[in-house]
Each structure stands twice: as C-alpha cells, then as structure tokens.
Design a protein around this ligand. Structure first.
Ligand SMILES: CC/C=C\CCC/C=C/C(=O)SCCNC(=O)CCNC(=O)[C@H](O)C(C)(C)COP(=O)(O)OP(=O)(O)OC[C@H]1O[C@@H](n2cnc3c(N)ncnc32)[C@H](O)[C@@H]1OP(=O)(O)O
Length: 303
C-alpha cells in the first residue's frame, strides 16, 4: 500500500490472506447492470461485492453473507483480499462499505466459528479478525461506512476502523460493543479503537454495560458522524467521501497514520499473545457454555 509520497505504512508482515481461502470465487469480474467501460465493471467474490467507479476513484464494497453478514472466516478473508486489490490499484482513493443484506450491516463475529471448535481453528479465525482490523484501520484509502442495518460487536469493529460513519435512522439499527452481554470481553485493541472514537469515560461505561446505541444516541456519543433517513445513507456517504477526498492524499494519509499507528502497533507487537489470550479465553468450558446459550437464544428468537 503505497502513499502518494512513496511512504508505505500498512503492516507488511500480515498474513497472506489467500492462504486462508477455501472454496471462494475471487477475482470474478462482471459488467454492472447497464455498465459499459472499466469504471462500471463489478468484481469481488462470493461474499463481497465490489462496484468500482473508476471516474470518481470510489468503490462501493457490499457485504453479502446472508442472513446477517456474520464474520465467517471466509468473509474476513474475502474482505481483506478485496481491500488489498483496491489498495493496489492506483485508480482508487476511497471505499464505501455497506451491506447487501436487509436490516443488518454486520452481526459481528460468526459465533459458529468459535463455538465447539478446536483451539487451532479459533486461532486461525482470530488471526483473520486481527488482519482485517489492521488492514482497515491503517488503510491508505478513505473508508466510509454506510451503515444500513444493525451493527453490533464485530460489526461495530468494522465500522470503527473506517474514517467516517453514516448510520440509517432506524431504531432497530443499533451500534456498539455488546461483548459483555455475551460473557466475553473486547480485546485491548478494540477497546483502544473505542476510546479513540468516543473518549475514555464514554467507552468505560459503554463497554462495561455492553451498550448498543440507537441512532440518535450513537450520534450524540460520537460513535457515528451522521444519522440520516435510510434512503439517504448511500448519497450521504458519497458526500462525506467527496469531503474527505478533497484533501490531498499524501497529507491526509500521513495524518491518518500519525493518528492511528500507535494503536495498531500495540497489536502488532503482541499479536501472538493476543491470539493465545483469545483462544484460551473462548475455549474455556464456561465461555463455551455462555456462547452456546447465546447462540441458542438467537436461534429460538426466530418466528
Ligand atoms: C478475549 C476476547 C474475546 C472476544 C472478543 C470478540 C469481539 C467481538 C465479538 C463479537 O462480535 S460476538 C457477536 C456479537 N453479535 C451479536 O450479539 C449479534 C447477534 N445477532 C443479533 O442480534 C441479530 O441476529 C441481528 C444482527 C440484530 C439481526 O436480527 P434478525 O432478526 O434480522 O436476524 P436473526 O436474529 O433471526 O438471525 C438470523 C440467523 O442468523 C444467526 N445469527 C445471528 N447473529 C449471529 C452471529 N453473530 N453469529 C452466528 N450466527 C448468527 C441467528 O442465529 C439466525 O440463525 P438461524 O436462521 O439458524 O436461526
């Protein structure tokens, strides 16, 4: 990921994402509806749809892992690859990240990836989660989250790693880190990201209580930058993108790096320890029981 100045700031020692890939259909390119030239061609994978607009230098990236865009290992991997592809293409300066699933932006970690799985799988999964966060948080591109649905926990991680967040004004679309309500704990790098966004006291309260904020409260606490009617989320995200792209890339990128590097470096320094910590925590019998119970509750809630 090169900056306009030639500086590279994305962590180079990250996982090679394709090593994680299983049964995906990456690299597929197809013409968008009504599309013609390069700027109108879609590409992506099974779970990530990319609609690039070469003329504006902006790509819309849609999560499509129905029913709730849970962050499966495959989705995490495909997101990293799509992001890397856009970053390596000098045409693009910004990405709008949104959901292709109705009513849900992203339901967070795919609990089936950490319930009843062996430690090796949990470790592989957590490394992929770290990888996505690092890539997004340090991306040289402008990332705008167009949050068109519920955005709990890991969904909020994705949104927080963007530069700007636009949330649809629907009381069901709550956003926040509700980990404590599942009996689990946000890792330090996620806590740091929360503190960087909404401040220490608000984070302390929200993290302990596992608060999921409805739109007006999310705006008030600073978790999102704009709350707009649902049908205006995309257009508002585009206006926000234009505002961010009006700044010269090199100055904005170096400033972003200055603001975020210390937080990312903290994880990079202790990535293995963080993985071990995650694995030993989620593999405990008591944590497995609470996760199973939570998943069961979600399943029974239906209908
Ligand atoms: C040491 C460090 C430890 C941990 C740090 C971890 C940091 C991050 C943690 C997380 O992200 S944990 C996940 C937290 N996520 C949630 O709590 C959200 C749970 N889901 C919901 O609240 C709702 O599903 C919803 C997102 C609001 C959508 O509601 P809706 O009514 O539209 O769908 P429904 O609830 O009927 O769900 C459909 C279907 O999807 C399954 N589901 C939902 N969420 C998840 C999930 N996170 N993982 C796996 N599966 C999920 C749900 O069970 C239903 O399945 P079914 O069709 O088989 O019944």
């Amino acid at each position: 990921m090169a900056l306009a100045s030639g500086v590279r700031f994305a962590p180079r020692a990250l996982l090679r994402p394709w090593a994680l890939l299983r049964g995906t259909t990456l690299g597929r390119t197809e013409p968008a509806a009504g599309g013609g030239g390069d700027g109108a061609r879609r590409f992506g994978s099974q779970r990530v749809l990319v609609e690039p607009d070469a003329a504006s230098g902006v790509a819309v990236m849609k999560l499509r892992n129905p029913p709730v865009n849970a962050l499966s290992l495959e989705l995490l991997t495909e997101l990293v690859i799509s992001l890397e592809k856009l970053e390596n293409d000098k045409t693009f300066r910004g990405i709008i990240l949104t959901s292709d699933c109705p009513r849900v932006f992203c339901a967070g970690l795919d609990l089936t990836e950490i319930c009843g799985r062996n430690p090796a799988h949990c470790a592989e999964y957590w490394k992929a989660m770290q990888e996505l966060w690092l890539r997004m948080y340090l991306s040289s591109l402008v990332l705008v989250a167009a949050i068109n649905g519920a955005c709990p926990a890991g969904g909020c991680i994705i949104a927080l790693s963007c530069d700007c967040r636009v949330l649809a004004d629907n009381p069901k679309y709550r956003i926040g880190l509700n980990e404590t309500l599942l009996g689990i704990i946000a890792p330090f790098w996620l806590k740091d990201t929360y503190v960087n966004t909404i401040g220490h006291r608000a984070s302390e309260q929200a993290l302990q209580l596992g608060s999921l904020f409805p739109p007006a409260e999310a705006l008030q606490v600073g978790l999102v930058d704009q709350v707009v009617p649902e049908d205006q989320v995309q257009s508002t995200a585009l206006s926000e993108m234009a505002r961010w792209l009006a700044v010269p890339d090199h100055a904005r990128q170096l400033t972003k790096n200055m603001m975020r590097k210390a937080t990312a470096d903290r994880l990079l320094r202790q990535r293995d320890a963080d993985t071990q910590n995650f694995v030993s925590f989620v593999c405990r019998d008591s944590i497995q029981k609470s996760l199973q119970a939570y998943l069961e509750k979600l399943r029974q809630r239906k209908g």
